[in-house]
Design a protein around this ligand. Structure first.
Ligand SMILES: Nc1ncnc2c1ncn2[C@@H]1O[C@H](COP(=O)(O)OP(=O)(O)OP(=O)(O)O)[C@@H](O)[C@H]1O
Length: 341
């Protein structure tokens, strides 16, 4: 559905050239929810804005739904953009228009007759769960409701692709979850391809099928979300995965326990599927002369199935503990001995 081929964007500034996007190749499938994660300044916004030519690449090709956007005339590009919609962090609504009028706006531009417009707006209001709010103005809505208007407006002309530019970054965690659920719902119902950029791994974990990690204008790692969670290769990816597996409280707790019992080993098990870790723990207790303390465990849902992490503390003679770790390494879990020295 979307391919980027050697795409570059260089901004000329008075302080010199900035390589915002540096030779990116990417391929996104029809019906996929594809996430791009990176810290501020990584080039995410520039990259996503090149997917609808809000930003033109300095070089390279962007192809969406079979059209090479770099080669289109302005008129052809306006038409292509009806198939590539976008939602934004700060919603970008028209404040003097009601919800209905905001949603109708792209239909007016596309020349859709009034009666058809009204029918379509009513459908969209229902689709995004804004029944009864059609006559409200944006200032009368919560953040989550404003983003629902943004989504309805973006879907008005039946796009093939929805681009989400930090669409939940201005929302609280609960509202974020409800908007993410809505995005999954429309992805499934409409077979819509969704590309999103974010700096939050939670967003990737919850809704994306695949993820690309961006740093200094480049894609440094990409793959199915579960694979990247299980085997993050780059340092930056490990850092992002820790947002999910190892919140600060966990780190503090582990440091404390490790200092109380310096001879013990703290091990993080990562597994895919609901109960994959249980037989491993049972086996370790049975086969080795070690004491296993379970410190913390968590299973999170992803679009590709459950993903879990478990922190355990192993106590016993050095050799027994080492053998237990070696044994676990050969099982269906990822094993990492945690050390904060
Ligand atoms: N119009 C512009 N002119 C000059 N430099 C720009 C422009 N837009 C972006 N940049 C620079 O390009 C680099 C990438 O910026 P970009 O906004 O794409 O990153 P980002 O990952 O989206 O970060 P953020 O989340 O902070 O927006 C940064 O160094 C930024 O300063």
């Amino acid at each position: 559905m979307i391919t980027l081929d050697a795409v570059k964007k260089i901004f000329q500034t008075k302080d010199g050239a900035v390589n915002a996007v540096d030779h990116v190749d990417l391929s996104i499938e029809q019906g996929e929810i594809f996430g791009i994660i990176g810290y501020s300044g990584a080039g995410k916004s520039t990259l996503i804005r090149m997917l609808n030519m809000l930003e033109r690449p300095t070089s390279g090709d962007v192809t969406v739904a079979g059209k090479n956007l770099s080669q289109l005339s302005n008129r052809e590009l306006r038409k292509a953009r009806q198939e590539i919609s976008m939602i934004f962090q700060h919603f970008n609504l028209l404040w003097s228009r009601t919800v209905k009028e905001n949603i109708a706006f792209p239909l007016e531009i596309a020349g859709v007759p009034k009666e058809e417009r009204q029918k379509r707006v009513d459908e969209l209001i229902k689709l995004v769960g804004l029944e009864g709010r059609g006559e409200s103005y944006p200032s009368q809505l919560s953040g989550g409701q404003k983003q629902r208007v943004g989504i309805a407006r973006a879907l008005a002309n039946n796009p093939k692709v929805l681009l989400c530019d930090e669409a939940t970054s201005a929302l609280d965690p609960k509202t974020t979850d409800s908007i993410l659920n809505l995005l999954v719902e429309i992805n499934q119902k409409l077979d819509l391809t969704i590309v999103l950029i974010t700096h939050e791994m939670h967003v990737i974990r919850k809704i994306c099928h695949r993820v690309a990690v961006m740093e200094d204008g480049r894609i440094v790692e990409q793959g199915p979300v579960l694979d990247v969670f299980r085997h993050p290769k780059e340092f930056i990816t490990k850092d992002f995965v820790k947002q999910i597996t190892e919140p600060e409280e966990t780190t503090d707790m582990i440091k404390q326990l490790a200092s109380e019992k310096p001879q013990s080993k703290i091990v993080q098990l990562t597994f895919v599927g609901g109960n994959a870790e249980q037989p491993v723990i049972t086996d370790v207790i049975r086969k080795f002369d070690v004491q296993v303390n379970i410190l913390q465990g968590k299973v999170s849902q992803t679009q590709n199935g459950p993903y879990g992490t478990l922190f355990i503390q192993l106590e016993g003679a050095d050799q027994e503990v080492d053998e237990a770790v070696t044994y676990m390494n050969g099982q269906k879990v990822e094993v990492e001995v945690i050390s904060y020295e």
